[in-house]
Design a protein around this ligand. Structure first.
Ligand SMILES: NC(=O)CC[C@H](N)C(=O)O
Length: 331
């Protein structure tokens, strides 16, 4: 039959990176190679889809802002609305890839596959991983079986849910992991599925960015021994509408920090308890802190940076902590 039409929206990152020599796997410049050159470097793409590229940005993903998220979201929404587009691939730096994937998962109302992909080594390096990752991502994006599974991340032969995958190491090609495992595998251009997400996403999401020009400011404060509330106070003074506590363990909060967060709640700033634990921070409501009593929100299994994304979108709908908590259970 006819090959699916897949559009590749490029944003930069290492998958578009270039180094001085083939041994530079870690020292190189991200966001160098333009999308057309990237596509031309993997002619095998044409065997799984009809592909064309669009250059949205050319940046390292640590410099992604809320404006970049909104611009990219609108671009992807526009593409999936076209009858001749079957799927979209977003190439992205890996540092904040999990945030963008979750943002798109919550805001693009479509069943068409959207796949976010990056690489850990630039294309100029020995054993560069970008070409195969891109080939795999395009193959998944053109797959009817990838429809209605939410925004996906393809890295290192695995198909992940954009909701809960995260970068867990910065020097290996198996960098992306989820505490709940991959949804499937992509091998020689063929997708093999094992599970599907049960959380709300894409077509079933209540969030709408069509008429938004900004997102509410949400900042993340890190928990550790000897913690204090100064950073949270400064965030609120600078205009944060919510703060995420990247808490220790089960989203716990130092007794030094508790009064500051209580004060912020009284002033109308939303407080969300997440966990700094990598590989599966899981915050139980009313366990480490009395969330009902304080009017705080538990981030469930969402890491602090993903909690920031959901909190921003949640605040575009409501600042009622009960409603925000519902969202953290549902999405
Ligand atoms: N592997 C990567 O893509 C990291 C490069 C860069 N820090 C970025 O996120 O864009």
């Amino acid at each position: 039959g006819e090959l699916p039409q897949v559009v590749i929206v490029a944003t930069g990152g290492t998958i578009a990176g270039a180094g001085a020599s083939a041994v530079n796997s870690a020292s190189y410049q991200a966001a160098k190679v333009p999308v057309d050159k990237l596509l031309a470097s993997v002619p095998e793409l044409n065997t799984v889809a009809r592909v064309r590229g669009e250059q949205a940005f050319q940046i390292a993903s640590e410099s992604f802002t809320n404006e970049h998220l909104l611009t990219l979201g609108r671009k992807v929404a526009e593409l999936v609305a076209k009858p001749d587009v079957d799927g979209v691939v977003v190439t992205h730096g890996t540092d904040t890839l999990e945030e963008t994937a979750f943002f798109l998962n919550l805001t693009i109302h479509t069943d068409k596959p959207i796949v976010v992909v990056g690489s850990m080594r630039p294309g100029t390096a020995l054993s560069a991983d970008g070409a195969l990752n891109l080939y795999d991502a395009v193959a998944v994006a053109g797959e009817p079986t990838a429809r209605a599974k939410g925004v996906l991340v393809v890295m290192d032969d695995c198909i992940w849910s954009g909701r809960d995958v995260a970068k867990t190491i910065n020097i290996r090609t198996d960098a992306f992991q989820s505490p709940w495992g991959p949804l499937g595998m992509i091998v020689e251009g063929k997708s093999y599925w094992f599970r599907a997400p049960v959380k709300r996403h894409t077509s079933n999401s209540e969030f709408d960015i069509a008429n938004l020009t900004t997102l509410p400011r949400v900042d993340v404060g890190y928990g550790s021994g000897n913690a204090n509330g100064d950073a949270f106070k400064a965030f609120a003074a600078a205009g944060a509408k919510a703060v995420i506590n990247a808490g220790t363990g089960n989203g716990s909060v130092s007794k030094e920090v508790v009064p500051t967060l209580q004060e912020l709640t009284a002033r109308g700033v939303t407080v969300v308890r997440s966990s700094r634990v990598t590989g599966g921070g899981f915050v139980i409501r009313n366990a480490e802190q009395p969330d009902d009593k304080y009017g705080w929100v538990a981030a469930h299994d969402l890491n602090p940076q993903k909690a920031r994304i959901l909190t921003m979108l949640g605040l575009t709908v409501t600042n009622d902590p009960a409603q925000l908590q519902r969202m953290f259970w549902e999405y």
